[in-house]
Design a protein around this ligand. Structure first.
Ligand code: UD1
Length: 357
């Protein structure tokens, strides 16, 4: 018997697709929604191949209230939503701010409106980002959920901060709502089946897809952006988390929202009113370990045995020097931990890349 029907927006995307598999594996019935703006249609069939059965899918743009509303009419038994549908490229967001605000904010407003108006169980897991912390001060590393938020420089980052504000205000106003905001650090790797993974369009902006494309000979070398940062080897430090571990955290978050638990009011200055309701949860999702760009590059060479030509290049504008998570709260309250060894994660990224050649 199903544990309940969950709406999954952005279901064909990188993290969405992995979460789709894990929610189904955990016994949820999932309605996937995507408009394929930044994902491929065949992801749906690939999910079916992994699961060995058909899935429920609706092609819909969440920023269009009419078509999104039809999904709710058709599936009146939805008991929760995991909301991924959003654009996520920092640089592109500076060039196209309106598109970012429309996709990222309007979709969320539609989701909240539909969940509460239909008097559905208004349980929402929101895909947020560690970008809300900006460059944390040294004393806040590793970064916990009550670290101060810093004003984001990009429309993408601002859209995540705004979305958290909108959700926290809604939790205060609507007693039927429960929300879990998950702040991801740097998701990498691919499903062990190598049937789904990250599919960047054009030249990858993120590190690991650039690494795997370079190893595959699609790019002639990797640029390591900066070796003069104030870190042990001079390159930037991030918390790289395996996408399958991350996907499993969404299952735990939905489990938690569907249970009758309420949180203790958290010591979170920005969201005090929401925290007081006991229906507002924030978790940092990372490994708790920082890895430098050079460590990741060398780890990839070691894990795969594949050569990876790289050069030191100037710093990339807007990059944060170092950030990694304190994931204790997620472990304590969700019973979740990211524990896949980095070598296995990097091998999974390489195995996926080899299928794309
Ligand atoms: C960025 C965003 C984050 C967003 C994520 C996913 C910021 C501060 N962070 O993360 O909010 O969720 O993208 O889209 O805007 N690097 C190289 N060479 C490359 C590519 C990257 O050296 O070719 C380095 C970068 O300088 C950085 C690290 O690798 O130090 C990770 O970069 P990236 O994968 O782009 O992620 P973030 O910038 O951390």
């Amino acid at each position: 018997m199903s544990k309940g029907k969950i709406l999954l927006t952005g279901a064909a995307g990188y993290i969405g697709s992995h979460t789709w598999v894990e929610l189904c594996n955990a016994g949820y019935e999932v309605v996937g929604v995507d408009n394929f703006y930044n994902s491929e249609r065949d992801v749906v069939e690939r999910i079916e191949k992994i699961l060995g059965r058909p899935v429920l899918f609706e092609e819909t743009d969440c920023s269009c209230p009419e078509s999104f509303g039809k999904v709710f009419q058709k599936h009146q038994d939805i008991v929760g939503a995991v909301h991924f549908a959003a654009c996520k490229a920092v640089g592109e967001s500076i060039e196209k701010p309106l598109m970012y605000y429309r996709n990222n904010i309007v979709s969320l407003l539609n989701l909240i409106t539909l969940m509460k108006d239909k008097a559905l169980k208004a349980n929402i897991v929101f895909s947020s980002s560690c970008t809300v912390y900006g460059q944390p001060d040294k004393e806040h590393l590793p970064i916990a959920e009550n670290a101060p938020l810093k004003r984001s420089l990009s429309p993408y980052g601002k859209s995540k901060q705004m979305a958290e504000e909108i959700l926290s205000d809604s939790v205060v106003a609507y007693p039927q709502m429960k929300v879990c905001a998950l702040r991801y650090f740097n998701p990498i790797g691919a499903h062990p089946s190598a049937l789904i993974g990250e599919l960047p369009r054009g030249v990858p902006q993120n590190l690991v897809p650039f690494v795997t494309q370079t190893a595959a000979g699609i790019r002639d070398h990797l640029n390591v952006f900066g070796n003069d940062y104030n870190t042990p080897d001079g390159s930037c430090i991030r918390d790289y988390i395996y996408v399958v571990d991350l996907a499993k955290a969404h299952v735990k978050a939905i489990d938690k929202l569907l249970s009758n638990c309420i949180s203790k009011a958290e010591d979170e200055p920005t969201y005090t009113e929401a925290a007081k309701t006991g229906r507002w949860f924030i978790y940092n999702l990372g490994t708790g370990k920082g890895l430098s760009v050079l460590e990741l590059v060398n780890g990839f060479i070691k894990a795969t045995g594949v050569d990876l030509p790289y050069q030191i290049a100037p710093r990339r504008q807007g990059d944060i020097e170092q950030v990694w998570a304190d994931p204790k709260k997620a472990e304590l309250e969700l019973g979740w931990k990211a524990d896949t060894p980095i070598e296995d994660v990097l091998r999974s990224a390489w195995n996926w890349q080899k299928t794309l050649k």
